[in-house]
Design a protein around this ligand. Structure first.
Ligand SMILES: [Zn+2]
Length: 172
């Protein structure tokens, strides 16, 4: 099945609902096995709603030790698309409540499931990617904290020069 869902096909489907099963690798997302998604696309008048679940095992790189680790993907999707442009002052994506966006199709007659899944999977990744509680990067992290508390002597000199300049400017 194509990853491009035609709005027309959703309109013509029984109860205006279309079941979409996706099982494929997604470019730029490192996985061992294909990502699986079970989605339902439904037409709600001016809107198209996509709900469903995405599963997979992704390989991420740890922010601390740079080792690769597996991340279990299991997320629910709920996305709304506006068939026609909503209001001009809104952008391409409109947030109707926290975390709930409406994507403006602006008259486009299809939805790319591949794109939608890519975006959803990327957003599901943790902000701080850490391989585990026993990550060897702990040493690296504490070194980094240590460095931040140290003032570089060259920077300290620069700071002094700046202050002097400001003082002179005040006098003039
Ligand atoms: Zn790590």
């Amino acid at each position: 099945m194509s990853n491009i869902i035609k709005i027309e096909d959703v309109e013509n489907a029984p109860n205006k609902r279309l079941q979409v099963d996706f099982e494929d690798f997604i470019n730029e997302i490192n996985t061992i096995a294909p990502i699986k998604a079970t989605l339902e696309v439904s037409s709600l008048g001016e809107f198209v709603k996509i709900t469903g679940n995405v599963k997979g095992r992704v390989i991420l790189e740890c922010d601390l030790c740079l080792n690769e680790f597996e991340y279990n993907l299991d997320l629910d999707i709920e996305e709304l698309f506006a068939k026609n442009t909503l209001l001009d002052e809104y952008g391409q994506e409109t947030e109707i409540k926290e975390g709930q966006f409406i994507t403006d199709l602006a008259g486009k007659d299809n939805i790319d499931i591949y794109d939608l899944l890519y975006q959803s999977v990327i957003l599901d990744f943790p902000n701080k990617k850490v391989c585990g509680i026993k990550c060897k990067g702990d040493d690296f992290l504490s070194e980094e904290n240590f460095a931040q508390n140290q003032v570089d002597p060259r920077l300290a000199v620069f700071k002094t020069i700046q202050v002097k300049k400001e003082d002179n400017a005040d006098k003039k």
